[in-house]
Write a protein that binds this ligand. Structure first.
Ligand code: FES
Length: 645
């Protein structure tokens, strides 16, 4: 027969086709994942494949190098005109025709559902499947004898040429631009289809640039990651201060501001949206993208940030029963939120979990996937509050614990945010009680030669959250602090760094300008914060009926900077094999990025959030008992067998 065999790798799909069939056609029929925006017209270059075995026909076209080209004219033209070109050894599968038995390899970058590798073995990679896809389409011209609307003919062509079976309708805004686009593009247009259902934007002719932005609204900083929706690559990331700080440093003071100033919520909404627009503009510029080319955005934030972004008065979140306006994920117009990207773009806001546990925690869950774990995982995101998620694929619980801002360096006499000049690492000699330390911005220890000179420009300005944890743990290990958290005056006999301070004692860490000392009050502030964190965790463990956890993930900036060993020495987290304690960095932001790059992740997180059991620490009597016990270092009663090892 005239049939030839084609085998696709890595999928292993195979079939016999008539000679002359294009590889893309064969692939489509066999359900092979090959990307395309132009629908086989040799315009997008997304469909590139490699011959693993066999051969395609050669073409007698002289290429610029003056030898016989493996490409046909269309490929040659694409290669010359496009920025990326056809990669060596590849062909456009929409142009390559099978003439003989072949084995064709579809490289990862030519697949629609590419893997975006996260380089962390404990979490899954992201499968690229953005909510917005571009489709280039030929539309029939209008005919007086067969009257039909431009939109109806466009939808018909899309269904036929792209097999978009769920296509529903278009937005009014698209209609307002459609007739001009069709005529300007000579009846060829590119449309953006949102979630396979709705047409949201149209361009005349062929258009192949689609970007998305994932935004994490923290109470202190707002972070943005700009991604290429075709590759999943992060093109630029940036952060900006949250301007709401001028209305109140912490969340509750922002809620109080609203309660005391009518219209205060609108002011804060305007401020955060303005900052988001500045941040997007700056990030887009850095990536060489126009904000108009951003076709989708996702947002995470704690409940109060979430409500203020949406323009919802957060007063209800300021007191019991802490009712959210909604705990569903939401798909909205960018314009409704005043977000300046493509005017027809949609944005997705991840769901909040409970009144204290926001869409940022939903993002952490999406990133760290405790809901898929066989082991019991504890995920802790420490900020001004600690959000705690505990459980496995069988059952998941969440709570928020009022740690206060001590872990961020607030309420600490020499405390400061993690910025250059802040002490972040500390070691204390258990014999002499002499300290050495490192400051952010200089990689030398303070006792190494040249430290003074190097650090002169920075200055040693204070101590940050991770520095506090280390210094207290080292003080405890050296016996300067007793298990109940008292700075032991008896140690003054051993070192003159232990000094009387009114009725209590303090430890002089750095005798410079400013002087940095650890006071009894500092120790108390950390004790309160860590007791709250531990008590919240313990409460969830009680609910789950477990005595230990298999794995711990520390999320957030604090988690990224602290040495987990010291967190355990002080009893911030329950006992666990240290090898099973990992840091996830900004997992909330990663969750927003996952929801941006994979539309099904949105459904997934909405399902998970519905099932998470919400525990309100404030109303649980056991919380107080756990709290008191957790004031000791590492803990009054809980054993820490792993620590002893
Ligand atoms: Fe677009 Fe082949 S499908 S170039």
């Amino acid at each position: 027969a005239d049939d030839v065999l084609i085998v696709f790798t890595p999928s292993g799909r195979r079939g016999r086709f008539e000679k002359g069939t294009t590889v893309l056609q064969a692939g489509r029929q066999l359900g092979v994942d090959i990307d395309s925006v132009c629908g086989g017209r040799g315009l997008c270059g997304r469909c590139q494949v490699k011959v693993a075995e066999g051969d395609f026909a050669k073409h007698n076209i002289k290429s610029r190098a003056d030898h016989v080209s493996p490409w046909n004219e269309v490929e040659q033209r694409y290669h010359e005109k496009s920025r990326k070109g056809v990669k060596p050894g590849r062909r456009l599968s929409c142009q390559a025709r099978i003439l003989d038995d072949v084995v064709v390899d579809v490289p990862a970058d030519s697949q629609v559902h590419k893997q975006v590798v996260r380089k962390r073995p404990e979490v899954r990679d992201i499968v690229l499947d953005p909510a917005v896809r571009l489709h280039y389409v030929d539309v029939e011209q209008p005919d007086m004898h067969k009257p039909s609307g431009d939109l109806e003919r466009l939808l018909k062509s899309l269904r036929e040429q792209w097999d978009l079976t769920e296509l529903e309708d278009a937005d009014l805004r698209l209609l307002q631009n459609l007739q001009k686009a069709l005529r300007d593009g000579a009846w060829k247009v590119t449309v953006a289809v949102h979630r396979g259902k709705r047409l949201t934007a149209v361009w005349p002719g062929f258009h192949d640039r689609a970007f998305g932005v994932a935004i994490d609204i923290g109470s202190t900083t707002i972070a943005a990651h700009l991604c290429d929706l075709a590759s999943g690559e992060v093109l630029a990331s940036n952060g900006i201060m949250n301007p709401q700080i001028r209305f109140g440093e912490d969340l509750m003071s922002r809620v109080s501001y609203v309660m005391m100033n009518p219209g205060g919520d609108a002011e804060m909404t305007a401020a955060v949206r303005e900052a988001i627009n500045d941040l997007i503009a700056e990030t887009a510029e850095e990536a060489g993208v126009s904000p108009e080319e951003i076709l989708n955005a996702t947002f995470v934030g704690n409940p109060i940030m979430h409500h203020l972004l949406l323009g919802i008065d957060p007063t209800e979140l300021g007191g019991a029963p802490f009712a959210l306006a909604t705990n569903s994920g939401m798909t909205l117009w960018a314009e409704e939120l005043g977000v300046r990207i493509h005017p027809d773009a949609r944005v997705y806001v991840l769901p909040c979990i409970a009144g204290h546990v926001g869409a940022d925690t939903a993002g952490v869950v999406l990133s760290e996937t405790p809901h898929l774990s066989d082991d019991i995982v504890l995920v802790v995101d420490v900020g001004t509050n600690a959000e705690i998620v505990l459980g496995s694929k069988d059952r998941l619980l969440a709570a928020s614990s009022p740690t206060g801002p001590a872990f961020e360096g607030a309420q600490i006499s020499s405390g400061q945010r993690a910025a250059s000049g802040a002490i972040e690492r500390v070691r204390i000699d258990p014999e002499t009680l002499e300290p050495r330390f490192k400051v952010i911005g200089c990689d030398q220890w303070s006792n190494e030669p040249g430290f003074e000179k190097k650090v002169k420009r920075l200055g040693v300005t204070g101590i940050c959250g991770s520095g506090i944890i280390e210094v207290l743990a080292e003080m405890y290990l050296a016996g300067i602090i007793t298990p109940d958290g008292t700075i032991d005056g008896a140690m003054a006999a051993k070192s003159d760094r232990v000094q009387q301070d009114g009725r209590t004692w303090s430890y002089l860490l750095h005798a410079g300008e400013p002087e940095i000392r650890i006071t009894q009050n500092d120790v108390r502030a950390i004790q309160l914060a860590k007791a709250a964190l531990y008590a919240g965790t313990r409460l969830l463990m009680d609910h789950l009926g477990i005595e230990s956890v298999d794995r711990i993930v520390l999320a957030g900036a604090f988690g990224a900077h602290i040495d987990v060993k010291y967190a355990m020495v002080l009893g911030l987290i329950p006992d666990c094999n240290l090898e099973k304690v990992t840091s996830a960095g900004n997992a909330a932001g990663t969750g927003a990025r996952i929801a941006l790059l994979n539309q099904k992740a949105r459904d997934e997180i909405e399902n998970v959030v519905r099932k998470i059991e919400k525990i309100e620490t404030a109303v649980e009597p056991r919380f107080q008992a756990h709290f008191v016990e957790a004031m000791s270092f590492p803990h009054a009663t809980a054993p820490y067998p792993m620590l002893r090892k």
